[in-house]
Design a protein around this ligand. Sequence first.
Ligand SMILES: [Zn+2]
Length: 437
Amino acid sequence: MAMIDDPGGDQFYKEVGVVYVSPSSGKKYYTPCVSFSIKHVLGMVFDSIDHAFSFYKRYDMIFVPFTGVDNHNRNITLGAAILGNETAEMYKWLLRSYVKVFGFAPLVIVTDQDAAMRRAVEDVLPTSHHRLCMWHIWDKLTSKVGSTLCNTTDFKKRLARIVWTNAITPAEFEKEWHAILSDFDLTAHSWLIEIYKIREDWIPAYYRGENLSGLMRTTSRSESENNFFSQFFNPESTLFEFIGHFEAAMECQRYQHRKNDHETRYFTPDIWSSFILEKQAAKIFTRAIFLDQLLEIDHAINLCASVMFREEDVTISCCCNRFEQYGLLCRHIFYILRLGEIREFPTKYVLTRWSREAVPNNSNSEFISYGVSDSNSVNVEAIIREIRMDNEYNLNRLVANKEEMCRYRDHVKGYKTKADEILIANPPPSRKEKFKS
Ligand SMILES: [Zn+2]
C-alpha cells in the first residue's frame, strides 16, 4: 500500500477504478469505485484491485446495538457489536454471545425485518418472543403506497388507528384492515399483502395478552435510539474514531442514568392524597415510575373497567391489562385497593425492573479482571454484577435498622483480611507484564 501525489484533486479519486502507473517502476495502483461516504480513504492506493476491495470491505460493517429499558423507563444500551456481514451464521454467533454474557435469553426481542436475523433468533432464542419493529415497517408506508394517498386522504390515519393500538382484538383488526384496503382499492398491493401475512409479528392486537408487551410497542423507542446514535456517529469515521464516538455515547447514557438515580434518591415527592399506598409507592419505585403511579392513583376516582379482586391474598386483575402490558397498576385497580382499604402496597405487583434497586449503584464502574482469561471473564463479570446487586439490595433493606446494618458492615469488613491474603498469594500482573501479553 502506498500513497501517491494527488494527480487530479478530490474529483480524481471519486472516479471509477482509477489506475495510476508509477513512473519509476511502471507498477499499477488502483482505487476502487466506492461510496463517497467513505471518502476519508479515497486518497489511498493499493497494489492490486483485490487488495483495494478487501481494504474497503473492512469498513463495510454493520453496527448492531442491543437496546433495553431501564428502571427509569428510558432506553439503555445493553451491548453492541460491529459485524462483518449480515448472515444468519453471524447473527447466531452474536445472539449466543449475548446469552453467554447475560446468562439468559431475553423474554422479548424486537428486530427489524431481516430474514437472516429471523433464522438466527429461531435457532438461538427459541423461547424468546420475536417481534418486528413497528417503526421500521410504518416508516416505509408512505414510500410504498405513495405520498399522494397518504397526504391527501385519511388512509394513513385510518390504518394508524388499528395498527397503533392494543385495545382491539385480532378479528376487529382484520375486519377493518380489509375494509380500508377495499375502500382505497389496495387489495392487490404486493407490499401490503406481504406485511399483512406477517401481521402476528408486528401488530399489537395479536400479542396484547403477553407480559410486558406494551414496553416494546411504542414507536418512540426505535426512533429515539436511532436519533441518539446519529448524534455521535458519522459515516465518514474510521473504525478507530467510531469506537471513540461509541464510548462517548455510552458515557453520555451512563451519565443520564446516574442523574436519574440521583434524582430518585433525593426526590421529595408531592403527596397528593391521604391514600397510604401513594406514600409507599414513593419509596418503592424510581421517580419516573412513581410519577406514573401517582397519576393512576389520582385518577382512581371511579371504576370504568372490570376488575377482579380476591381479598384473602390481594390478587387483583383488570380488563384494561395495564399491569400485564407495562408491569404497572392501573387507576381501576387503585380504585378497588382504596375501596378495600388495603394498607400495604401489594408486593406481587411490584416488578423489580421499575424499582429503585433494579440497577445497583456504581454498576457503570469498570472492573479490571487481572489475570482472568477471556473465556472466564464473562462468568466473573456476571458474579460481580450479582454481588453488587445483592449488596445494594441488602443495604436498601437494612437502612432503617442501624444495628443490623452495623452487623452487615462487620461481616463484609471481616472478609477483607481473607481478600488481602488471596491477593498476596496471587498478585496481579504488573502493567508491564500485562502489555507484554
Ligand atoms: Zn385497569
